[in-house]
Design a protein around this ligand. Sequence first.
Ligand code: SF4
Length: 402
Amino acid sequence: MSPVKPKTNPDHLTPETAESPAGIYVHVPFCQTKCPYCSFVSYPGMDSKLKNNYIQTLHRQALKLAKHPWSEAREFNSLFVGGGNPPSVATEKMATCIAACLDAFNFTAGANNVPEVTLEANPNTVNPAMLQRFREAGVNRLSIGMQAFSDSMLNNIGRKHTVQDGVRAFELARAAGFTNINLDLMYGLPGQNVAVWKNSLQQAVALAPEHLSVYELTVEQGTPFAELAGKGELNLPHEDATLAMFEQAQESLTAAGFGQYEISNYARKGFACIHNINYWENGSYIGLGAGAVSCFSGVRIKSTESPEQFVHLLDKNRIPYTAAEFLPLQARFREAVIMGLRMTAGVSVSRLEKQFGVTPQKYYGAALGKLQQQELLHEVENRLRLTPKGLLLANRVMAQLV
Ligand code: SF4
């Protein structure tokens, strides 16, 4: 795309030496049922024998990777256990695996003097003893897949929990001592309008979580929703209404004291998600489990998506990876720009130059100038950022920079 190639500068940082502490993602690909919009690696109805084997295998994989020279040379500051629905496996085994990860890798204390340890959970799958056990294992952040505060919306997207389940999960988490709770919310749902969405936002705010992730529903190929959409049977809101919902989230959540620190993420001061920031800042992370992706020092590795195969391969002392690519410097540069622009603080131009030997201005040339003229991007205090208008049209801006 660009006549100007990024290059490493031996006198300054390299993409590797500029790395901050890495993250660890643990994937638990089991769910009660498959939501009709979901394209994640997740499987409903798996038997408990496979689930137990899977968690034991995850545990072994963590211990093995912790001894790898790359891991031993690094510090980690976040562990994120996602899915799927991690509470759908045996609590004791999962908690033991989490504690073992925290022990085996070189974790550093974050801003709150402990590494950030997040567990995702669907509302109708938690109970007090489970939450207590996860707290003891070191989990200090709970991310609840609430999605909507309207039973009819939850029904429209095939969720198996109610609003009441979500409120109860939140209250149980507080009672268990969680002081950092995220609620996932979705907008652009079939049958949703701005008023219904605004009501969901108000109810979410009333619970007073520390963090809210607010994602637009995307219709992914190969899902039942894609089939319905193809037949014209998915009653999705018009694009203008969806944009209005995005703006409504900004308005309601900033008025309630949340800061929008990423296109889809809002937090109270001091509660931005360390794990996700590492991802958007193009930092390194190790993915454990079936379907997990690792990305470190310019290498991206994908694990087999099959939990059975994952268990089988590790039982045979073989690696569970199905694909690996070494990302050329140009691709790493573009990713660093695009991911960094998702953050409202933008991406540091001087840091990019130190890492890659080129600035966005030099690399993208006129294409970047045009986006700036259109007031979609601007540079403020050496950081390239999306403008408010650019945030609204982020997909369009990113498409010019890939
Ligand atoms: S609960 Fe989450 S991971 Fe599981 S099927 Fe639904 S959207 Fe997918």
